[in-house]
Design a protein around this ligand. Structure first.
Ligand SMILES: Cc1cc2nc3c(=O)[nH]c(=O)nc-3n(C[C@H](O)[C@H](O)[C@H](O)COP(=O)(O)OP(=O)(O)OC[C@H]3O[C@@H](n4cnc5c(N)ncnc54)[C@H](O)[C@@H]3O)c2cc1C
Length: 440
């Protein structure tokens, strides 16, 4: 038998705008006492809920339990910008492009995950939180525009649909003349992330038992596995860990996961006059030409700005860090929307991303009948869903050929030793963000 104590449990703060805009949730069911199940899943984000849904489809009579430390939708799954992207989107890359064969495989897998989420959205009535709207890429510099045109060339090679946009198109859509050109790709789904995962959990509730606000403090693996919380325990022969970067908190993938935070601010509601002054379309999501630039979303009456990556091996951020980055959000917002002078941010938040140096996921059977799906390299709305789905297939013995494809991917490579990481990672992020220039 092995014992894995959690050296830390998640405590994401403060509330994200997405979560705050939802109606207050029902009181959580906290794990108390001893429960027996066929499957225990730790972590109720995109990966955990996808695993639970897939298991419930494959084995409808099995008892499936999901345990999360926080409310569903409170963690990164409800803190992200909601781009569910079908195309290759290598965060570390120069222009989101990649190798052709690999990209074609990624597109197939990403679309399978989006369809899996789409079927859930359909079944549980989550369409308002799952909109097949496509995404914009926006360039604010000549260099950014060259990158986008290269990206378009890459899309031609992949036989993928897109629309090349000029400055006038960008102004018509976004209301601002900040962008000198852009690209529209139609396959991305724009989610209200907290609404979507909360709705997914509610839809699963008849088939899956979900405990919230129940941090798992320890795991025992053996003939029967078990997880412990302050007040309860779940015993099950099979366990799935979908805790993203917190895999390392339990001692798995040690020195292989890179803990990075990124941050967002959401404006207050724009008045009718402010909306008229801005013009543009009511709903759009824009990804910067430089991966280190600012992501912008217009969601009807509000605008959301996301930028800045920081290296936080402690897996937490601080108020001071969020405040500093909030000033940067304000600058990015003012540069794009000078006509909205006086519009303040109502919500600001940060969230934990798990990356690996070689962009590989933490996926597979990590001990006998213990499975992991995490480390989605900043793309977890789709990749988390994908690996969550596939880890359930792997555990049940279904899902070919996609499971075999996923198992062929490399595992997260070893990080550089300390103090090189502590010095090198922030320096590299700082330099990449500095080079993003006006795209930030
Ligand atoms: C500001 C921001 C913007 C982003 N934008 C995008 C985007 O537009 N598109 C995109 O694809 N991705 C985006 N991401 C990344 C995306 O949010 C993550 O990749 C995704 O949430 C990962 O899903 P997951 O289910 O693997 O992990 P998570 O969503 O992190 O879920 C893991 C769950 O495990 C729980 N947990 C951890 N430890 C324990 C424990 N000890 N006990 C019990 N429960 C535990 C946590 O509470 C959490 O709910 C963004 C992230 C941030 C922060």
């Amino acid at each position: 038998m092995s014992v894995h104590k959690a050296v830390r449990t998640p405590a994401d703060l403060p509330v994200s705008g997405w979560y705050a805009l939802l109606p207050p949730p029902k009181a959580p069911e906290v794990l108390r006492g001893r429960h027996e199940a066929d499957w225990v899943i730790v972590g109720g984000g995109f990966a955990g809920l996808a695993a639970a849904r897939r298991l419930s489809q494959l084995l409808p009579n099995d008892r499936i339990v999901v345990v999360d430390a926080q409310r569903i939708g409170w963690g990164a799954a409800g803190r992200n910008s909601g781009f569910m992207i079908d195309l290759p989107h290598e965060l570390g890359g120069k222009n989101y492009g990649g190798r052709r064969e690999h990209d074609l495989q990624q597109i197939r897998m990403n679309r399978a995950a989006i369809e899996f989420s789409g079927a859930a959205a359909e079944e549980f009535g989550l369409q308002p939180y799952f909109v097949r709207a496509g995404k914009l890429h926006g360039a604010a510099t000549d260099h950014g525009l060259r990158s986008l045109r290269e990206f378009e060339g890459h899309l031609v090679g992949l036989a993928e649909d897109f629309r090349s946009l000029d400055a006038a198109d960008m102004k018509r859509i976004t209301g601002t003349d900040f962008f000198i050109g852009g690209t529209f790709t139609p396959g991305t789904v724009m989610a209200q992330p907290a609404g979507f995962v909360r709705g997914l959990a509610a839809g699963l509730a008849g088939r899956v038992k979900i405990f919230e606000k129940s941090p798992v403090t320890g795991i025992r693996t053996g003939k029967e596995h078990s997880i412990q919380t302050a007040e309860g325990e779940v015993v099950a022969p099979r366990m799935i860990l979908t805790v993203n970067g917190h895999l390392e908190s339990f001692g798995f993938f040690k020195q292989r996961l890179l803990h990075v935070f990124t941050y967002a601010s959401m404006t207050r509601t724009l008045s009718d006059q402010e909306k008229r002054t801005l013009g543009g379309e009511m709903e759009w999501g824009l990804i910067p030409a430089d991966p280190m630039g600012s992501t912008i979303r217009r969601v009807g009456d509000r605008i959301v700005v996301r930028n800045t990556f920081t290296y936080n091996p402690s897996m937490t951020t601080s108020n001071g860090q969020m405040q500093r980055i909030g000033h940067r959000h304000d600058r990015s917002f003012k540069a794009r929307f000078p006509m909205l002078n006086g519009v303040e941010m109502e919500y600001r938040w940060g969230g934990h991303l798990c990356l690996s140096l070689n962009s590989a996921p933490a996926f597979g059977e990590i001990e006998d009948r213990v499975y992991a799906a995490g480390c989605c390299n900043g793309l977890g709305t789709v990749k988390g869903t994908l690996y969550g789905m596939l880890v359930a297939d792997l555990a049940v013995g279904t899902g070919e050929p996609m499971v075999a494809d996923a198992l062929q991917e490399p595992t997260p490579s070893k990080l550089y030793p300390q103090p090189f990481m502590a010095i090198g990672a922030p320096l590299r992020l700082w330099n990449m963000q500095r080079r993003a220039g006006r795209e930030l």
